[in-house]
Design a protein around this ligand. Structure first.
Ligand code: PXP
Length: 239
């Protein structure tokens, strides 16, 4: 079965936050994405609130018609927010304040009991948890030990591969990781750095459930939408 598409709308909020104003509103973007066939809406509420704001997550909870995936750091503050807002699932990601975007998967073993406790708290409240990890066997086995229902395989290294050999190797790593995760009873999503050029091979991995894609879709939206936006402004000032 083909995977579903979760559209990450963080960068709509990035544009809004550039002026700290009200447009473009990620809520409107979510509606358009759903009308266009998105199977889910993904947002990352970062600790520094650089793009998505608490208000966005609250309103999206009321307006998203498909499902809402909340990406967040594994912290007590974020778990409390998730327990209150109740997204359809939560993806726990590593977060560093100085990074431009998420740089890699979680180090599950390095997080100790804290992670298992957060997974349990969320899943007891009927919020399935996905752990964003590299497709590394040790990370996948450790993910299973936490009780999380899903893993999201980090595709960033695959996306950054520059030679055919590297690309083949990274794809194989993701295929083997998916097989192992499924055999451990985990459900498998993937994301990060996926584009119009590199996504098809990931979509074709057997058992892949959902792809979470943001930057490339919002980038294309800015370009394919620019023609109409300029024409509309030109028409407005032409009399
Ligand atoms: N999945 C996870 C866990 C992420 O952190 C991100 C980036 O926020 C994405 C998917 C989407 O990545 P991109 O914007 O590169 O498509």
């Amino acid at each position: 079965m083909a995977p579903t598409l979760g559209v990450n709308i963080d960068h709509i909020a990035t544009i809004r936050q550039a002026r700290r104003g009200t447009e473009p509103d990620p809520i409107a973007a979510a509606v358009i994405a759903e009308l266009a066939g998105a199977d889910g809406i993904t947002v990352h509420l970062r600790e520094d609130r650089r793009h998505i704001q608490d208000r966005d997550v609250r309103v999206l909870r009321q307006t998203v018609y498909t499902h809402l995936n909340l990406e967040m750091a594994a912290t007590a503050e974020m778990v409390a927010i998730a327990l209150e807002i109740k997204p359809d699932y939560v993806t726990l990601v590593p977060e560093k304040r100085e990074e431009i975007t998420t740089e890699g998967g979680l180090d599950i073993n390095g997080m100790g009991d804290r992670l298992t406790k957060f997974v349990e708290e969320l899943q007891t409240a009927s919020i399935p948890v996905s752990l964003f990890v590299d497709a590394d066997p040790a990370q996948l086995k450790a993910s299973e030990q936490t009780g999380a229902k899903f893993v999201e395989l980090h595709t960033g290294t695959y996306a950054n591969a520059r030679t055919e050999d590297q690309l083949k190797q990274e794809l194989e790593f993701l295929i083997l990781g998916t097989e192992l995760a499924l055999s451990l009873g985990l459900r498998v999503n993937a994301g990060h750095g996926l584009t119009y050029w590199n996504t098809k091979a990931i979509a074709q991995i057997m058992g892949m459930e959902e792809l979470n894609i943001g930057h490339s879709i919002i980038s294309r939206a800015a370009l394919v939408g620019l023609d109409r936006a300029v024409r509309e402004m030109k028409a407005l000032i032409t009399f």
